[in-house]
Ligand binder design. Structure first.
Ligand code: ZN
Ligand code: FE
Length: 255
């Protein structure tokens, strides 16, 4: 049976998402920004929480864990490298580890940069990837603990996923990201199309995610630091991709 997902907003701009396996009844929350909206989502779907898959230790992704664990006795899976900063962890995972949610099978991809231990969960059979604060639609996370080189490498790992992989990210930042991206690539047609699409989604009060990685990599400047025209466009023709990425990220921080 195919995986089912349920997406909802938490806090001010965080996304919560439930991943459900109808065959077994298992349901995972990807991160736990806060307990109440996750409980409301469980009520709305009728699904029972069995697992929490944590992408990284920041409070806006972990604050809900304790209350949910107490109520549902669910398993908490977290990145090994930052498990000590995350409450109630049952299982730690690293690059290449498999994570089961009922009969669904995910792979752990280490994506350091935003935090040093940040991971993504890729459910290849269901063409879904949960990427936390590494990749956003038309943006990427701030490089808080790692280096720009690390973050660039992490983003290329996500870019290398099959084109038809649906990306679920941790925040609704798309409109602001597009505004900035237009300053980097004013003539990118895929970006212009994404802007039109996002405007429509927002005007209808819809989420702008998930996004297909195949489309995202045509329009997101943070996935395009090794495209010669992007480097040339910011006056860095011929420079290494990691340096071009670092400059784009620095400009976004000041934008
Ligand atoms: Zn974060
Ligand atoms: Fe976050």
């Amino acid at each position: 049976m195919p995986a089912e997902t349920h997406l909802f907003l938490c806090r001010s701009d965080n996304y919560g998402v439930l991943l459900h396996d109808a065959a077994s009844g298992a349901t995972a929350a990807i991160d736990a920004p806060e307990a109440a909206p996750i409980e409301a989502a469980l009520k709305a779907t009728g699904w029972k929480l069995t697992d929490i898959l944590v992408t990284h230790h920041h409070a806006d992704h972990t604050d809900g864990i304790k209350a949910l664990k107490e109520k549902y006795k669910c398993r908490v899976v977290a990145p090994a490298a930052e498990a000590s900063k995350i409450p109630a962890v049952d299982e730690t995972v690293r690059e290449g580890d498999k994570v089961k949610v009922g009969t669904l099978s995910g792979n752990v991809i280490e994506t350091p940069g935003h935090t040093l231990g940040h991971i993504a969960y890729w459910f290849h059979g269901d063409k879904l990837a949960f990427v936390g604060d590494t990749l956003f639609s038309i943006g990427c996370g701030r490089v808080i603990e790692g280096t720009p080189e690390q973050m660039w490498r992490s983003l290329t790992k996500l870019r290398d996923l099959p084109n038809d992989t649906e990306i679920y990210c941790g925040h609704e930042y798309t409109a602001a990201n597009i505004k900035f991206a237009r300053t980097v690539e004013p003539n990118n047609k895929a970006l212009a199309a994404r802007e039109a699409q996002a405007k429509q989604q927002i005007s209808r009060n819809e989420a702008t995610i998930p996004v297909m990685i195949g489309e995202e990599k045509q329009a997101n400047p943070f996935l395009r630091a090794d495209v010669p025209e992007v480097a040339a466009g910011i006056g860095m023709a011929g420079k290494p991709a990691a340096e071009v990425f670092a400059e784009i990220r620095a400009r976004k921080n000041k934008f």
